[in-house]
Design a protein around this ligand. Structure first.
Ligand code: AMP
Ligand code: MG
Length: 417
């Protein structure tokens, strides 16, 4: 059960919520999805459901790290009789004694009695003997000890870790298959607006192409969640009601775009009040002021504004963390850093998340330069942006050289040349 499904009062709905309070509300209502077992081949990008402890020593036996001869290091004579051959993938019965050696390949188990491997390059073979050229052989040389990578019982991976190539390799090496991960969030994306046409259609008078559905689907996919449905709904109450009812029933998360402002055909807002419990719908935030957040017993619904930048900023601040949290990710927050402004900025009347390019200078200091005009309709302000600057309202402008807080969406670029 959710912590809070009571309907908020009208006063609570109509006040301007600070973004961090709204984020806290979303988190408090975000469920953790159930656990499922998946094969390693389908595990990339999923989040571990439980801590992983090594169940075996790895490597499971002491092995040669070079092709050569297994010997007793302290044996003074350069001559050795080669008594057997040990290849990778088996274990012979021979025991190495003074004056003897076993020919060995990389990855093969060290035979009894031996405590070093002399690389083949340091030897000369003659009949059934070898002569060792190197002056000294150190005990343990060219041997990878048992458990030198992982010891049985070692904590290896924490619950909530995203599975990438190294993690999947470790699980395979430990024989931990299948792996327990959280279910992927099922997301539906509904674009509203009678002016919208598909990207492959020519534009008629007053029409724009639906870009939000595609940018949002890409953003969903980057979190590892799955878009199970995406489509357009007209600005007609009955039709929109039908689509929303169906999508809410079939999804963990429904994202609608458009229709949450004050216009005559802004139908999402009244429909969310009818179909779900609305928790907030006005934010002290720019862009993204009219973001509507509602829940039902089984779904989170985000009604994001239609302007393309507002849609993506809303996704970044509210939807991405919710999707990651549902999927069981340990790390759901973007890094927050202090950056130095390269040019002056004017503060708005709400907390503003401005798109910027952050880079590191030669001294390691982080600088930010703006991506240009910041209107919520100007999607190109997101191009090249690797950060959102958090610009808090104040009377005087921000000066060049001042420091502000930023959310890092990607790694800072290297020093500008
Ligand atoms: P709305 O939030 O419905 O009032 O829309 C605000 C602005 O965003 C309008 O200029 C819309 O044409 C535009 N818009 C709405 N939805 C989309 C969309 N899916 N793709 C691109 N632009 C959109
Ligand atoms: Mg609209």
């Amino acid at each position: 059960m959710r912590a809070d499904t009571n309907s908020p009062s009208d006063a609570d709905l109509d006040r301007m919520w600070p973004p961090d309070e709204a984020q806290g509300k979303v988190r408090s209502l975000t469920p953790l999805l159930t656990v499922e077992q998946v094969s390693l081949r389908t595990a990339v990008g999923r989040y571990l459901a439980a801590n992983i402890v090594a169940v075996e020593d790895h490597p499971p036996f002491a092995a040669a790290t070079m092709d050569g001869y297994a010997v007793i290091a302290e044996d003074a004579s350069p001559w050795r009789e080669v008594i057997a051959e040990q290849m990778a993938g088996g274990a012979i019965a021979a025991t190495v004694t003074e004056g003897t050696a076993v020919r060995i390949t990389t990855g093969a188990p060290i035979p009894c009695g031996a405590n070093a491997v002399v690389p083949v390059e340091e030897t000369e073979a003659a009949d059934d003997h070898i002569v060792i050229h190197q002056e000294r052989t150190v005990p343990g040389a060219n041997i990878r000890p048992i458990g030198s990578d992982l010891r049985r019982g070692d904590p290896v991976l924490r619950a909530g870790t995203p599975l990438g190539p190294a993690e999947i390799g470790i699980l395979a090496g430990q024989g931990l298959v299948p792996v327990a991960v959280r279910r992927r969030p099922r997301v539906s994306i509904v674009s509203t607006g009678d002016e919208l046409v598909e990207p492959d259609r020519p534009l008629g008078p007053g029409q724009v192409r639906d870009s939000n559905r595609f940018s949002l689907e890409a953003a969903v996919s980057e979190t590892g969640a799955e878009t199970v449905w995406s489509g357009r709904a007209p600005d007609i109450l009955a039709d929109l009601r039908h689509v929303l009812t169906e999508r809410i029933a079939a999804s963990d998360v429904v994202i609608t775009t458009g229709g949450v402002s004050m216009g005559q055909l802004d139908l999402v807002k009244p429909l969310l009040s009818e179909l779900a419990t609305v928790h907030f719908r006005r934010l002290f935030l720019k862009p993204g002021k009219p973001l509507n957040f509602a829940t039902t017993e089984a779904a989170l619904i985000f009604g994001v504004p239609g302007n393309p930048v507002s849609a993506l900023v809303s996704f970044e601040l509210f939807i991405r963390p919710a999707l990651l949290m549902m999927a069981g990710a340990a790390d759901i927050d973007r890094p927050r850093v202090q950056v130095q402004l390269d040019a002056p900025l004017t503060a708005g009347d709400r907390i503003e998340f401005q798109r910027a390019m952050v880079f590191t200078d030669e001294t390691g200091l982080l600088h930010a330069s703006s991506t240009g005009a910041q209107q919520s309709s100007r999607l190109s302000s997101f191009l090249g942006a690797n950060a959102l600057l958090i610009i808090v309202p104040r009377a005087e402008p921000y000066a060049a050289g001042e420091r502000v807080e930023a959310l890092l969406l990607g790694a800072p670029a290297g020093a500008a040349s």
